[in-house]
Design a protein around this ligand. Sequence first.
Ligand code: FAD
Length: 388
Amino acid sequence: MRVSTGSASQSDSRMVTVVVEAFGIGRQRQAERRFTVPFPQLQSTMQTIARQGGRITAVEVAGALSATATDAPAASPAPAPAAAPSKPAAVSHAAVPVNLYKPKDPFLGTVTENYSLLAEGAIGRVNHITFDLAGGDPQLHYVEGQSIGIIPDGTDANGKPHKLRLYSIASTRHGDNMADHTVSLCVRQLQYEKDGETINGVCSTFLCDIEPGAKVKITGPVGKEMLLPEDEEANVIMLATGTGIAPMRAYLRRMFEPSEREKNGWNFRGKAWLIMGVPTTANLLYDADFEHYQSQFPDNFRYTKAISREQKNAKGGRMYIQDRVLENAEEIFTMIEDSRTHVYMCGLRGMEPGIDEAMTAAASAKGIDWSELRPQLKKADRWHVETY
Ligand code: FAD
């Protein structure tokens, strides 16, 4: 076997792709598979493949063919690194606007609309709120996946001005009206019981109650965790609960909304899959838009709902988002094996353990150790989480 990896060292952060031929047995036999791993894992990956009988035909370093190999034993079942990640083309983080407006000198946006997103009989209160950002110097602009800060009017219990609260942006950079100077949020009013009294969250109540025309202190934008890849052929798996749908709405508008596609020139051709968790059908957010995208782009968009109080999981219990992940484990992990696939998770922090458990079970069914794969995906910028 000839392997030339140039000046690469153990601290090398480049990715290497190992090309394996005649992999698998019987009907499972595949002509070629590619395992992309960080350079320091090259040796152990090659050993695993060889141990399991794979025939390595080439090793590509940082996109260039730098090594080839022709000797190898016969094929056998797939090894664990099958889903190992590689670094895909991501949005240029340096070009992403951050903190154009800070809490000491926030931008004053004007509310243009504020309406309920919920249907009759829904639990709680969730509103779509849009602000006009025109007239700032600098102009407050953002990209999909970022958040803005809102400083509610009034003072706290100590008489001090309220601190800012972050909200994921639910619109694309062009805004819902495509005028390039609005931002929209999807806000759930926080309400909980304490000592027999209903407590309303300060900022979420301020936002849900606000009237068009009102001025609101806005900071940001912030965040680079949830940016979309630039690659038009990327695959995007979205796991959202409740208002965690906000960034996903922005992604899906950018991908499938006709006026957006015309303006943004981003010809998304990959596969997008939204798995959305809510308590009742009436709590689904932007549902008609997503159904429409699915009917218009059936080859590119799939929309799966987990409606916990109405649907049952395989064990007869409530259907949560993690149950949908388990049900679709095979397809999800087949997608993750593709180095162009990104996974985005957003919603309440409580969703994380359930998803992690489901991913662990789903991965192990494919012989993959999720606790090893997840940090690799994260390092490769393909596992994106924003929970609160
Ligand atoms: P507050 O008045 O600040 O009350 C919150 C406090 O109440 C908590 O800190 C806790 O001390 C207490 N509390 C809360 N629940 C209970 C309970 N059950 N029992 C006892 N005490 C309790 N929210 C959205 O609606 N939409 C979004 O898109 C969104 N995006 C976010 C993005 C990011 C990156 C982050 C960090 C948060 C996001 N949030 C979002 C949450 C948002 O920032 C606020 O935290 C939320 O609106 C509550 O703020 P509030 O001022 O209404 O509540």
